[in-house]
Design a protein around this ligand. Sequence first.
Ligand code: AP5
Length: 194
Amino acid sequence: MPGTIIVAGIPGVGKTTVLQELESVAQEKHVPLRIINFGNVMNELFKKRGKTIHRDHMRREDIALQSRIQQQAARIISQTPGRSAIVVDTHMFVKTTDGIWPGTPRKVLEALDPDMIILIEADAEEIAKRRATDATRYRDGTNVEDAKADLQWSRYMASANAVLAGVPIQIVHNRDGQQRQTAIDLLDVIQKRT
Ligand code: AP5
């Protein structure tokens, strides 16, 4: 059975950049890997309900609706066919208008049934800089204190998830200008667990 790995990182940490590199590195090394972005699956499900919204605005929707779509997305991902290991690109928490909300609450976690949780992290100063300069996205907090608090929330949620699922957590650091090395480190960690 191929494994499922949850890869999470706070906005601005460089998750998309690193996972794009991961796709290239895995291809070069002939490692079968399927990367699925949880937000994309949710965005498609919103569209099917007639709601075409920017991915950064989904978190502002009614939380009961987000919750239904979140669970549906997890079920769809859990039915992914094939023999490749699956990397689920997601968040440990989402900042909704109701408050800080788990990205993988119990039902979602049970559906995904992960073998490991990997957190992509970076220095808070670097995250704040990336958030402030990335004009392609709608980011909430762009100062260093916001980034520090978000890094903490991510670890709190990851530890709750690890306890519920009984799986290990690994942390991979995305250093400035080192996205390829981060992807290589990430693949190493994934290969040891799948
Ligand atoms: P998602 O698609 O995961 O978006 P995100 O939070 O914005 O995270 P990204 O991975 O796209 O961005 P990033 O900032 O980490 O990385 P980037 O590479 O752009 O989620 C979208 C939405 O889906 C969520 O908001 C939520 O609503 C929903 N969602 C997802 N999962 C959910 C769940 N489980 N439950 C409920 N809702 C869920 O990098 C940022 C900048 O940094 C770029 O300018 C880049 O060039 C730069 N950079 C990156 N790496 C480096 C480096 N090493 N050195 C220098 N610069 C770098």
